[in-house]
Design a protein around this ligand. Structure first.
Ligand code: ATR
Length: 292
């Protein structure tokens, strides 16, 4: 047990609800391993209390905050500054203390990037399929284009929503890099190549784990690597379908890991060692009862 004393720094998570979070495990394990005098606690912030909560945290000299559902967009109105990619995505999950307030970042997106890289999945120069057009898909889409994807195909059940995200991305980046497709229209993808795909719909989330957003084997034959943002169960139906069709597949737990690692690095101005990253990953899996 670490000692809490007069120099202990405070970080935490604000959201509603927060009871399910694994973030305290990530940050307190890192602090313990690094011998850093920091504690991380969840804060349940009720409706209408967000602004007061952020101002209060700043007044209490809190070093940093994570932000979760339902406040990732609303919190932008409570910031002193915002990082460029977080601003484009329109969502912030990490607040870093500055002289006159907090600066907002989106480490969900950069965490996804680090997770994909750690699995050897390239984004730069690639054509990438993104399944979904909600908040998570939007973050993945902006991330891919900002990291140099040649082209992305946003595939969604409701094509209009995919169209909107694609138009916005093309406008922001000033090139025709995003196209929208209905999920069932995978036959319209340019032939003769296979793609990496990011599964960013909410389908397959525990307890609805028996479902995948699309079942057709012909679709999965177009995928060489699947990355599911869902991490429970550890082999989702999407991952199974990708593997059955000969591709490689990964779940989203490393994204959750790296969004935390990156927040911790921003708060403390450090670079976490690979050894500590792996130790945190093991601790997360143990706490969450996830096996690989
Ligand atoms: P999140 O913030 O997790 O991205 P969201 O914004 O509610 O959640 O988005 C959910 C995504 O999952 C959407 O792309 C949604 O498709 P629609 O835009 O057509 O609603 C997709 N989704 C949810 N349930 C689905 C289902 N049963 N079949 C296909 N897509 C589904």
């Amino acid at each position: 047990m670490r000692r809490i004393d007069g120099h202990t720094r405070l970080c935490g998570l604000i959201g509603n609800p927060v009871g399910h979070t694994v973030s305290p495990v990530i940050h307190n394990t890192l602090a313990e391993r690094e011998g850093r005098n920091l504690v991380y606690v969840p804060f349940h912030v009720g409706e209408g209390q967000l602004k007061k909560a952020v101002e209060g945290a700043f007044a209490l000299n809190a070093l940093g905050l994570n932000v979760t559902v339902p406040y990732k967009s609303e919190v932008i109105g409570c910031l002193a500054e915002i990082d460029g990619i977080a601003e484009k995505i329109g969502a912030v999950n990490t607040l870093v203390r500055t002289g006159n307030g907090y600066k907002g970042y989106n480490t969900d997106a950069t965490g996804l990037y680090r997770a994909m890289r750690s699995e050897g999945i390239r984004i730069e120069g690639e054509e990438i399929l993104i399944l979904g057009a909600g908040g998570a898909a939007r973050a993945a889409a902006f991330l891919c284009v900002s990291k140099g994807a040649a082209r992305i195909y946003i595939m969604n059940r409701t094509k209009e929503k995919a169209q909107k995200v694609a138009e916005e991305i093309n406008g922001v980046f000033g090139r025709e890099c995003a196209a929208a497709l209905h999920l069932e229209d995978y036959g319209k993808l340019p032939p003769g190549r296979k793609y990496p795909a990011i599964q960013a719909t909410s389908v397959g989330l525990y307890p609805g784990a028996e479902a995948a957003v699309i079942e057709d084997r012909a679709f999965y034959e177009r995928i060489h690597t699947g990355f599911d943002l869902v991490y429970r169960p550890s082999c989702t139906r999407f991952m199974k379908l990708v593997r059955d069709a000969g591709g490689k597949a990964y779940h989203g737990l490393k994204m959750l890991l790296y969004q935390g690692v990156e927040a911790y690095e921003l708060w403390n101005g450090v670079s976490v060692s690979e050894e500590d990253v792996l130790a945190v990953y093991d601790k997360m899996k143990e706490t969450m009862g996830i096996e690989e």
